[in-house]
Design a protein around this ligand. Structure first.
Ligand code: AMP
Length: 146
């Protein structure tokens, strides 16, 4: 089997994320590959009724991006991934993950089988989308309830 040279870990900061990141780190160490991180800011939570009415002139995009950058940076420190290999993107998670992989010569994308959307589906929608669109190998780390 060929060694993977560049592994991209897709992080969504969900509670199961640690299982996915330790698997990616383990794969990177065994293969002596470069490890990069990607997080995609999709839609902002202000559309959620639970947050209550929010004035139209409030733009939380920058705050949200800053908070995500900080979390990604912390994860980078934990996993030993330098800042230039941490990608923070906006848009559709599956499309951005695939784009970052293609543009950076990634040969393995690591995702969790499920993320913040829970275990309702057999395979989460982002994981499924990445599997369908990626031109490289994809490892979906199986996450269970227990
Ligand atoms: P989902 O399919 O949304 O349940 O999420 C499955 C996996 O896709 C997660 O465990 C992450 O690895 C990845 N993922 C989901 N959303 C994002 C996101 N916004 N940015 C980066 N990776 C994500």
């Amino acid at each position: 089997m060929n060694n993977y040279k560049h592994i991209l870990l897709a992080v969504d900061f969900s509670e199961h994320g640690k299982q996915v990141s330790s698997k990616a780190l383990d794969m990177a160490q065994r293969n002596q590959s470069k490890l990069s991180l990607v997080h995609v800011v999709e839609n902002l939570p202000i559309t959620d009724a639970a947050y209550g009415p929010i004035p139209f002139d409030v733009d939380l995009t920058q705050e949200w991006l800053d908070a995500s950058k900080e979390r990604l940076g912390k994860m980078g420190i934990e996993l030993g991934v330098p800042e230039q290999q941490q990608w923070l993107e906006m848009g559709s998670a599956k499309m951005e993950i695939v784009r970052v992989a293609e543009e950076n010569g990634v040969d393995l994308i690591v995702v969790g089988s499920h993320g913040r959307h829970g275990l309702a589906l057999l395979l989460g929608s982002t994981a499924n989308g990445v599997l369908h669109h990626a031109k490289c190998d994809v490892l979906a780390v199986r996450l269970t309830d227990d």
